[in-house]
Structures are given as C-alpha cells and as structure tokens.
Design a protein around this ligand. Structure first.
Ligand code: SF4
Length: 293
C-alpha cells in the first residue's frame, strides 16, 4: 500500500483501516508543526487508491472505519472521494464510515449538496485542525484561514449533515493570550454541532519556525499553568452539546466526557489538577514531549 508518511491518526482511531488519498500537507506552513514535512503534497490518483483498496482486506481485515491518511485527506477532489467510497463498498464491505484529518480550506470547493452526498456514502467525523477561533492567534501561527472562514465551513457541514470533530490547540496564542483565545474559540462553536471538541497542548519543538521565533524573542510561550487556565476557560465557555476530549500525549491530563452534562465535574477536576501541580513539575512533563501537538 502507498503510505508516504507512515500511519498518522488520533488516539481513538486505532481500530481502523488506513488508506492514502493525499500525501503531505497542502498548507505545510503552520509555524509550530512537526508533521508531514516530507514528501510534498500530492493528490493520489484514483488508480493508486483503487489498488490500495483491493489490498486492504489482506492488510487490515474487515475494518468498520477507514481513517484516510495525509495531513488533509479531504483536499482530495469530490469525485475522487465519492469514487473512493464506492470502491470501499465494493472491495471492503465491512466499512461503515470514513474519516481522516482535514483543514478548513479542504471544504471551500465542496458544495453543501456534495457534502450531503459524501455523508450519505459514509464520510463522517473528519478531524479538522481548526485550532483557534481567534483571528490574531490563527494569524500568529500561520494557520491559513480566519475564524469567519472556519465558521462558514462548519455551518456548511452542519447543514449538510456531515458530522465533524474539531481540534483546539491549547496554548497557541502564547504568553498572556490564553483566556481571550479560549473565549473566542468557544464563541466560534456557539450554535454549531461538533461531534467532539478535541484539545491538544502546544509544545514548541526545536527546529520549527515557532521555536526560532521564541529564540529571537518574537513569540513568548504560554506557561503550563496558563495552558491549564486556558483549557478551563474553554470548557467553561463552550456551549455545544458535545464530547470534550484531550487524550493526546501532549496534554497534561487526559479526559473524555460529555458537556454540558459533565461540565461542572470537568471544571472541578481541572481546578483540582491545577492546585496539585506547580509550574516546575508541569514544565518537566512538557520538556519530554517531542511532537508539537
Ligand atoms: S498543522 Fe496540519 S495543516 Fe498545519 S502544517 Fe501541520 S499538517 Fe499542515
């Protein structure tokens, strides 16, 4: 099978089959990122996808879910994604849903009707690296879109009935910027219907442009305590009925719960976690994290 960057997937997508529809990242410019640097972005030709799908039962057995590979697998053209679903139905009939990493701009060229068609053939819960609802933060990390553009895409997905997961990059705004970032990100999701708000914590990794910005005094990292205050504020302000999860290794603590049903319990847990851990201890954890998020 064609896997150009090894297998990359969120912690909860371990039981899936994997299939590459794109390689690399179509953006490849986020200042903090350590992923998908090589090879360059490319859309897989349908012949290559078909050959991989035919091989899937031998490699992955009979998976119920496919997690497409590539930094933003939904950058693949609509026709290719629809044909991929058709081929999966034919050769791997156990497959019920198809997800993958996505960027907000992967959906600019797909109409609401096309997204509805995609939902009908099994596309569900792409993991979208929204990261922040604050334009200043999005600009600072070179994310490549604005909060308004993100909102427009997520509203379109809601209207099309294609469920999605969003990621929050805790600490992306840098020192002194966490609370505002949390409030604006919660405001972005107000009235929307993400299946899950997933949080990861930023680690500024040597070799990244963000690390160089820190060295030059152009960007000041959030402290670990600030990151905890920020995640507390995000949870406090979030309004959708959704799952909150932060199971990635970058996080200082790991939870998966429903909000608003378990919001108070979660806030209490974060408060207690903050009381029990000082900055020095938390920083030691951060120093052994090797990936950006
Ligand atoms: S964070 Fe995602 S979108 Fe940004 S450069 Fe890395 S892989 Fe690409």
């Amino acid at each position: 099978m064609h896997f150009s960057s090894g297998i990359n997937r969120p912690p909860y997508e371990t039981a899936d089959g994997y299939l590459q529809t794109t390689q690399g990242c179509s953006h490849n410019s986020c200042l903090f990122c350590t992923y998908f640097k090589e090879p360059p972005f490319r859309k897989s030709p349908i012949e290559e996808i078909e050959a991989d799908i035919k091989e899937m039962p031998r490699v992955f057995g009979a998976p119920k879910r496919i997690f497409l590979q590539g930094a933003d697998s939904f950058a693949a053209d609509y026709d290719v994604l629809m044909k991929t679903a058709e081929l999966l139905r034919k050769y791997v009939p156990s497959v019920e849903t198809i997800g993958g990493y996505a960027r907000i701009d992967n959906f600019y060229d797909k109409t609401e009707e096309q997204l509805r068609n995609m939902a009908a053939v099994g596309y569900a819960n792409p993991y979208i690296g929204v990261e922040s609802g604050d334009d200043a933060v999005l600009k600072r990390i070179h994310k490549g879109y604005t909060a308004a553009q993100a909102r427009e895409v997520l509203e379109k997905l809601d209207a099309a009935g294609l469920p999605y997961i969003v990621n929050f990059l805790n600490g992306a705004g840098g020192h002194g910027y966490g609370l505002e970032n949390a409030q604006k990100t919660a405001a972005l999701y107000d009235g929307l219907h993400p299946t899950m708000v997933n949080a990861s914590m930023l680690t500024v990794v040597p070799g990244t442009p963000l690390y160089r910005a820190v060295e030059k005094g152009l960007y000041e990292e959030s402290t670990e305590t600030e990151k905890l205050e920020e995640i507390y504020e995000l949870v406090r302000c979030l309004t959708p009925d959704t799952i909150f999860m932060n199971e990635h290794a970058s996080n200082l603590f790991h939870v998966r719960c429903r909000i608003p049903a378990q919001k108070e319990e979660l806030l209490s847990y974060i408060r207690q976690f903050m009381e029990r851990h000082d900055e020095k201890t938390l920083r030691r954890y951060r120093e052994q994290v090797t990936r950006a998020f």
